[in-house]
Design a protein around this ligand. Structure first.
Ligand code: SAM
Length: 458
């Protein structure tokens, strides 16, 4: 089996109560970028001592700064259908929940997209439940067409990542043809006995079919895949090692692993309380996991959603998170309904701030919020992206692109306060661009933007 359960149990047992020296040794090798094996990761996962944890956070922070600089990518989810044939125990969309289900018409999709564009979004994650009759692949493809062609004044969506249920190579090919960004699918849990319990009698109930979805997606030509675990279902240490094995499998077979990893924690939802979940992830373990993922897979983006509070998001940005959602609604038609004050959510969220409020905090904390979609539009995907990232050369394009998209947001959607904060950081950071040719190009593009031109990227 791709996820070797016996082996995971064995190394978790062998690395119980690691000594201070063992942890220091792993961190030293991680610092030298020597690559960590499963046992090393298990050692870090079982570190409990506060001083050891501080060292883990500090190394994760250093790695993050080295690779991602001050950039934080911002996006929003778009829910288009809550029809679902599955009965996932933890999910508000489960078929046993009775409520008025619906899918958006194309006019409604366009309406949602316009609201998102008005918030300044350029990157979306398309979300829907699994229902081959009420929301077949043709519906998803139509949504993608609608999203990409819906323009609002100076706004347009430039990259759509797609989170739909595991499907066939043929269907992944169709998604690829529509120009999707990352194909996202959370394994939910790598622990098969828990997976079986959480997905009773349903299409999603086939653990192996779900686990091999990325193999089919990559075979179909999709370069970037985004993984995730729904933390709270099974032992989080098992889940992290499961993620690492899955990633290693893709690296071995296709030469490139996950483009991103999401770290959702279980939230209350319709018909879902958190009472019967013995493995809920507490804050301490959660922070440790984010830091360890940053250390273990430095070049894989880490995504944090509005399931988390503003305080937790602020803290985890320090240890490794590189992408956050902002201004999200997790209900079908939720952006329009929110305006009317009646939104039905897939699960509860804990950061209700608007993108502009979030951007202001990011800027105050010294980050550069980025709406960049350049890599995907320039064909820097899959192994081409990874080799650029690993050589360190990616920063020559990421930094200017982040600054240019921040300026674009500020000009189009900012208020006076944002303008002041953004320009302060943009003017300073543009001078720090190392390559003179790129610095000049960036400055010239920014002047053109101030005169009304848009969408510059390297
Ligand atoms: N239908 C797709 C699938 O089967 O993968 C998309 C799923 S859903 C729209 C997106 C994700 O929300 C799920 O993969 C799951 O991890 C997460 N989710 C479901 N219920 C949740 C809950 N109660 N709390 C937090 N996240 C939840």
């Amino acid at each position: 089996m791709l996820i070797n359960h016996e082996y995971i149990y064995k190394i978790l047992e062998e690395t119980k109560n690691p000594s201070n020296e063992q942890i220091k040794d792993v961190l030293k090798r991680a610092k030298n970028r020597e690559g960590l094996d499963y046992k090393d990761i298990a050692i870090l996962l079982q570190a409990e001592d506060e001083n050891d944890l501080k060292e883990i956070y500090s190394l994760a922070g250093e790695i993050k700064k080295d690779i991602y600089g001050k950039r934080v990518v911002v996006f929003a989810p778009l829910y288009v259908s809550d029809y679902c044939v599955n009965n996932c125990v933890y999910c508000g969309y489960k078929r046993d929940n009775s409520f008025n289900r619906r899918r958006l018409t194309m006019d409604e999709v366009a309406q949602e997209v316009k609201i998102l564009e008005q918030m300044g979004h350029k990157r979306l994650a398309l979300e829907l439940g699994e229902d081959p009759v009420n929301a077949p692949i043709e519906y998803v493809l139509e949504c993608l067409d609608t999203i990409y062609k819906t323009q609002n004044n100076n706004g347009e969506i430039r990259r759509v990542n797609v989170n739909i249920a595991a499907t066939t190579v043929e269907n992944y090919k169709l998604l690829k043809e529509k120009g999707i960004g990352t194909y996202i699918l959370f394994q939910e849990t790598y622990h098969k006995p828990t997976y079986d319990k959480m997905h009773p009698k349903s299409l999603k109930g086939d653990y192996n079919y779900h686990l091999t979805a990325f193999d089919r997606a990559i075979k179909a030509g999709i370069d970037d895949v985004g993984a995730g675990v729904l933390f709270g279902l099974a032992d989080p240490r098992f889940e992290v090692l499961g993620l690492m094995m899955h990633n290693a499998h893709l690296e071995e077979k296709f030469g490139v692993g996950f483009h991103t990893i999401s770290v959702p924690r279980l939230q209350p939802a319709k018909g879902v309380t958190l009472e019967n979940y013995p493995h809920l992830l507490d804050d301490k373990m959660f922070k440790k996991i984010v830091a360890i993922l940053r250390i273990a897979v430095p070049f894989t983006g880490l995504i944090l959603s509005t399931r988390e509070t503003p305080a937790m998001r602020k803290e985890l940005l320090k240890y490794g998170v590189s992408q956050i959602s902002a201004g999200s609604s997790t209900g079908v038609g939720g952006y329009k309904e929110r305006e009317k004050g009646k939104e039905t959510k897939q699960f509860e969220t804990n950061d209700e701030r608007s993108p502009i409020e979030i951007l202001k905090e990011l800027l105050s904390d010294g980050y550069i919020p980025s709406y960049c979609t350049a890599c995907y539009r320039k064909g820097r995907t899959g192994d081409r992206f990874m080799s650029l990232a690993k050589s360190g050369n990616i920063k020559y394009v990421c930094e200017p692109n982040a600054l240019m998209t921040l300026l674009e947001f500020t000009l189009d959607y900012g208020d006076e306060e944002l303008y002041k904060k953004s320009l302060e950081i943009i003017d300073k950071e543009v001078e720090n661009i190392e390559r003179e040719d790129i610095k000049t190009l960036t400055k010239e593009s920014m002047e053109k933007m101030k005169k009304g031109q848009r969408d510059f990227y390297l």
